[in-house]
Design a protein around this ligand. Structure first.
Ligand SMILES: [Zn+2]
Length: 162
């Protein structure tokens, strides 16, 4: 089996109605570790347990989701629902964590990456305490001139209508 570049993260559904239907269909098994939904694909058995995430290649993942489908309620009119859900995907060989970390530890004022949260906190305290206004977008500051103009207009209208 070759490794696919797109990996899916799968979990057992939280949907109580679907879980009930899976139990009714006797698809849910129990072992020493508790209840699980076993799904066979390509000679392997994948056990889905509450609170556990399985990471598999995209085509395997999509096959597992299809295989986990149950008919809800009346078999003649019921809708299909999947017992296994995809909660995300990622590309192998693409480093995502460092980029995400950089966003969190980058100063929003001067765009300096401080690399750790304590250092970012110290940076903000030492570099930006005197110009706190820079922490907020410029457009959110009131524009005194416009406010005055509108204020005058409003007063003029009120006076005029009397
Ligand atoms: Zn800064």
């Amino acid at each position: 089996m070759s490794i696919e570049s797109t990996q899916l993260r799968l979990r057992l559904t939280n949907n109580q109605e679907i879980l009930k239907q899976l139990k009714r269909n006797k698809a849910i098994r129990t072992d020493a570790k508790g209840e699980y939904l076993p799904i066979q694909f390509d000679g392997y058995q994948y056990d889905f347990r509450a609170g556990k995430v399985l990471t598999v290649g995209k085509s395997v993942g999509n096959a597992l989701i299809r295989s986990s489908a149950v008919i809800m309620g009346d078999h003649l009119v019921g809708d299909y629902a999947a017992g296994v859900e995809e909660i995300g995907s990622y590309q192998l060989g693409v480093e995502q964590a460092p980029e995400d970390e950089a966003k969190v530890t980058t100063c929003q004022v001067c765009k300096l990456n401080c690399h750790t949260l304590p250092r970012l906190a110290r940076h903000l305290m030492s570099q930006h305490t005197s110009d706190r206004a820079d922490l907020y977008p410029k457009e959110e500051k009131p524009l005194p001139n416009e406010a005055q103009v509108f204020g005058k207009d409003a007063d003029a209208e009120t006076l005029g209508s009397k």
